[in-house]
Write a new protein. Structure first.
Length: 185
């Protein structure tokens, strides 16, 4: 049985360094693990209980929930927007937290990583994401962290998958997330 890890990227920009990190995670997944990069976070409307009604949930939100339900774990790639979590990622967490007490995140392992331009690599945004995911019911792996600072210069000419240090650290994150799921099974 392969462990399915759903990767959510908090940046919608095609050339996002966090998206590139997610692409690298797909390539670096160990045997027995599959990292799926979810496409379409930008299509999901802002969470609103009035539209979260059985039989009429927006198609983009239903697609996210289906992918999340089919996953064993989550790997969130978080850029830092004005010192905190990007709205598109927070919105995805909100959709996945419902229905209350039985959302797609409930009880599943979640690792939060990312890169940002600043000197700390987006740790504030990652910390806020861990908090939101934990409240939403995810089993946050607090000891599995990766913050890559200086993304604009570090990845100006090098894809994260080709950065030996970053690739090794990311491979370790994916392996630990995979191991957590395997240990719980």
């Amino acid at each position: 049985m392969s462990v399915r890890i759903l990767a959510l990227v908090g940046s919608l920009r095609a050339g996002s360094h966090n998206r590139q990190l997610a692409e690298a995670a797909v390539k670096l997944a160990p045997a027995g693990a599959e990292v799926e990069l979810f496409e379409g976070l930008g299509d999901i409307p802002f969470y609103n209980e009035d539209i979260d009604v059985e039989g009429s949930v927006p198609a983009a939100a239903a697609k996210l929930r289906e992918a999340a339900q089919a996953s064993d774990a989550f790997l969130l790639f978080v850029p830092e927007y004005n010192g905190t979590i990007p709205a598109v990622l927070k919105n995805a967490i909100d959709w996945l937290s419902r229905p209350y007490g039985a959302g797609a995140l409930t009880g599943k392992p979640v690792a939060v990583v990312g890169t940002a331009f600043g000197q700390f690599g987006g740790v504030w945004a990652q910390d806020d994401t861990r908090k939101a995911v934990g409240i939403a019911g995810g089993k946050v792996l607090e000891d599995v962290k990766m913050s890559v600072p200086g993304s604009m210069t570090r990845f100006a000419e090098t894809h994260p998958a080709d950065d030996t240090e970053v690739a090794a650290e990311l491979a370790e994150v994916v392996a630990r997330l995979h191991g957590t799921v395997g240990a719980a099974a």
